[in-house]
Write a new protein. Structure first.
Length: 128
């Protein structure tokens, strides 16, 4: 049975690094080959590295994941989402980019912060 690709929010990867067993179990259910991240998440992980050793670990992990890069369609959707939700719901730039990627690619988002996305029309959130 083939599973769908799931975009993991940054907080999921952070919890993975913290050895959160619930997150690890859910990621195993999804399957490594079905896990994707936005280039925004890759950037947030790199930026948040505490030192060069941690940076190398993060780079190695990113290299083993599918990274979904921002293109024109995602960029247009991103701006549309910010216009619609930034003032009414406080949609932040990284979340808007991740949501735009999920919407354009028609993928679910796995996040611990469902409140950051649930109000976005047509968004699909991974149910763990």
């Amino acid at each position: 049975m083939e599973k769908n690709i799931v975009i993991c929010d940054t907080n999921i990867l952070i919890e993975l690094y913290k050895n959160n067993q619930t997150i690890i179990s859910n990621l195993q259910k999804i399957g490594e080959e079905n896990i994707a991240i936005s280039s925004v998440t890759a950037g947030e992980l790199i930026f948040g590295a505490l030192n060069k050793k941690e940076l190398q670990t993060i780079k190695k992990d990113i290299d083993n994941l599918t990274v979904l890069h921002i293109n024109d369609m995602i960029s247009h959707k991103f701006i549309e989402l910010l216009l619609k939700y930034s003032k009414s719901h406080g949609l932040a730039i990284p979340d808007a980019l991740i949501a735009a990627t999920a919407l354009i690619k028609n993928l679910e988002i796995y996040t611990l912060n469902k409140k950051d996305f649930k109000y976005i029309e047509n968004i699909k959130l991974y149910k763990d």
